[in-house]
Design a protein around this ligand. Structure first.
Ligand code: SAM
Length: 286
């Protein structure tokens, strides 16, 4: 009896996750730059202490009547990832755009291509002999971008930045953030722009787990970058639920966190709700 109940629950969970994956694929396939432009042109943030705050109840994706997020699939974090991609990357007309660490996620790529831009991607999990070229994907990573100087109008990375310097990441050895940002600057044209997002209180390099915004902000050398803008999505999550880090994610924390005291870590572990940080910046000296 107990076994049958368990099996039934597994089948329902399996069907639910298959359905979610179909909805996600359909969403990415049909993403419309025009619809995104209509939804995101009016300012959607409130300035708070030099950071743009996108509280859930003020987010254009929030469904007021049903009091839930209008993105119908994914974790609370992924819903913010989708919303912020639409807000930032819907207009890439005539732009040459490079994505770092694209994995298997196609929303940004589809929006860029559909709005008239050229998408190119590099990913360290691809075979090393798969060389990327403009308009196509291939092997590469943020520390070594296999393109000429000033090749791109925009470079971006979705849920990847936090892994570049992570101790336990397995695809490549931990990279130095200053080297990566210098390398991105090199392949950007003058006045080219950068867009990054990363989860806070989740995983990756310890500064992202701890939500150390001054340290993250300090990565952007003023000699290389201007107009550095940070946004926090879901930091103010009410009336939506909190999103505490899962037990699996918490297991990685002791390995990554070595520069913060135990009390600080314990406080974050006890109280944290995961939120999304986005960073936009422009290459200086254009
Ligand atoms: C959590 S996955 C996110 C994948 C995809 N962008 C998404 O949003 O679903 C992190 C990605 O970053 C890539 N990655 C890790 N370190 C990287 C680096 N130094 N440079 C570029 N990509 C990197 C990984 O291979 C992986 O595809």
């Amino acid at each position: 009896m107990c076994g049958a109940f368990f099996l039934q629950k597994c089948m329902i969970a399996g069907m639910h996750s298959k359905l979610q994956s179909i909805v996600k694929r359909w969403y990415c396939l049909t993403a419309s730059p025009g619809a995104a432009k209509r939804q995101w042109t009016t300012p959607y943030w409130l300035d708070m202490d030099g950071i743009r705050d996108i509280a859930c109840h003020r987010c254009p994706k929030f469904n007021e009547n049903r009091q839930l997020c209008g993105v119908s699939f994914g974790t609370p974090l992924r819903k913010c990832v989708i919303a912020s991609i639409e807000a930032h990357l819907h207009d890439s007309r005539h732009l040459n755009v490079l994505e770092l660490g694209f994995g298997r996620f196609t929303l940004a790529r589809n929006l860029i291509r559909r709005s008239g831009g050229t998408w190119t991607g590099i990913e360290p999990r691809l075979p090393r002999n798969q060389r990327p070229r403009i308009g196509h994907a291939g092997y590469g990573h943020a520390g070594e971008i296999p393109f000429e100087n000033a090749s791109f109008d925009r470079v971006f990375a979705i849920q990847s930045f936090e892994h570049w310097g992570q101790k336990a990441y397995t695809a490549i050895k931990p990279l130095d953030y200053a080297d990566c940002l210098r390398e991105i600057c090199r392949v950007l044209k003058p006045d080219g722009t950068l867009y990054l997002d990363a989860p806070i209180h989740f995983h990756g390099h310890e500064m992202f787990i701890m939500g150390d915004l001054p340290k993250i902000r300090a990565l952007f050398d003023p000699g290389e970058w201007t107009d550095v803008i940070m946004e926090r999505w879901r930091f103010n999550h009410q009336p939506l639920e909190a999103y505490p880090p899962s037990a699996k994610v918490l297991e990685e924390w002791p390995l990554e966190i070595t520069s913060y005291n135990d009390e600080e870590v314990e406080r974050i572990r006890r109280d944290a709700s995961v939120w999304l940080l986005t960073i936009s910046a422009t290459k200086s000296g254009g």
